[in-house]
Design a protein around this ligand. Structure first.
Ligand SMILES: Nc1ncnc2c1ncn2[C@@H]1O[C@H](COP(=O)(O)OP(=O)(O)O)[C@@H](O)[C@H]1O
Ligand SMILES: [Mg+2]
Length: 266
């Protein structure tokens, strides 16, 4: 059986994913700040415009203008697409127009996304939520419940979803461990300073129904061109591991958080 896959807009990533992200999936994009999560979201959105998909982009940590400017520096005219009614960017940071969110409430967000989908019309759709963590900053224990709710409601609207999640630099752990449990896929970015230079890496940690590449790739971001993947690279586990004492504290914290929420989804 052939699975319909959506191109991510990054050629090498599509190849690693056996052609792209299966239609209807919710994929978590995880990683520390500055690792390329937003850049990937912009590629995914722009590819949607090129493919004639309905594109909706929820931005919580940057304004709509900032996302559009960022896209422009990478050679993608997302602003034009918005002006032509091909895409809607929902500004949850600074917006005050119709396509804005005044609170970071998951129900309001879903309602606005559905309104945007109605506006764009019938057909295959892409949704970016950058970032998902913003919706449970003050209540991390709700992360899994919210992720489950979101997936369930938005699935009916023919969305393929890319949702970013933050990792603290110190612990490399997710802020609220909900999304990864619910997601159909996990694309994990990492960073490391080696030889006095920042390097970024990407690993597909999970993609249901997909015999994906299990190796890590180096991420290169170029002006006017955007993201490329180089590799695969060879690394030892300890290059990315955290100290044992930190790790056990996190495991304990996670256990306590998860005791507080009902186990929904998988
Ligand atoms: N036009 C560009 N040319 C080269 N590198 C860029 C460009 N735009 C962004 N970058 C790189 O991408 C990084 C930002 O990545 P971003 O996707 O915003 O990170 P995250 O969303 O994971 O925090 C910047 O720190 C910079 O290194
Ligand atoms: Mg970002």
């Amino acid at each position: 059986m052939d699975i319909e896959r959506l191109s991510t807009g990054v050629k090498e990533l599509d190849r690693i994913l056996g052609g792209g992200i299966p239609r209807g999936f919710l994929v978590a994009v995880a990683g520390e700040p500055g690792t390329g999560k937003t850049v990937l979201c912009i590629h995914f959105s722009w590819q949607g415009v090129l493919d004639g998909d309905k594109v909706i982009y929820v931005t919580t940590e940057e304004s709509r203008e900032s996302v559009i400017r960022q896209a422009e520096t990478l050679g993608m005219r997302l602003g034009d697409a918005v002006a032509r009614g091909k895409a809607i960017i929902i500004d949850a940071l600074l917006g005050s127009d119709r396509w804005s969110l005044r609170s970071l409430n998951p129900e309001d967000m879903v309602e606005k996304v559905v309104e945007a989908k109605r506006e764009l019309g019938y057909g295959r759709a892409r949704l970016v939520i950058d970032s998902m963590s913003a919706f449970w900053l003050d209540k991390p224990a709700m992360a899994r419940k919210y992720s489950y709710y979101l997936k369930k409601v938005l699935h009916k609207w023919d969305f393929t979803i890319l949702a970013t999640t933050q990792y603290a630099i110190t612990t490399s752990e997710a802020f609220g461990f909900g999304l990864e449990h619910i997601a159909d896929g996990i694309i994990r970015f990492r960073r490391v300073v080696r030889g006095g230079r920042l390097r970024r890496y990407l690993l597909v940690e999970k993609m249901r129904q997909t015999p994906h590449d299990l190796r890590m790739y180096e991420v290169v971001i170029e002006p006017g061109r955007g993201m490329r993947l180089v590799g695969p690279v060879e690394y030892r586990a300890e290059d990315f591991a955290m100290p044992r004492s930190v790790y056990s504290k996190i495991v304990e914290a996670r256990r306590r958080v998860e005791e507080e929420v009902p186990d929904e989804g998988d």
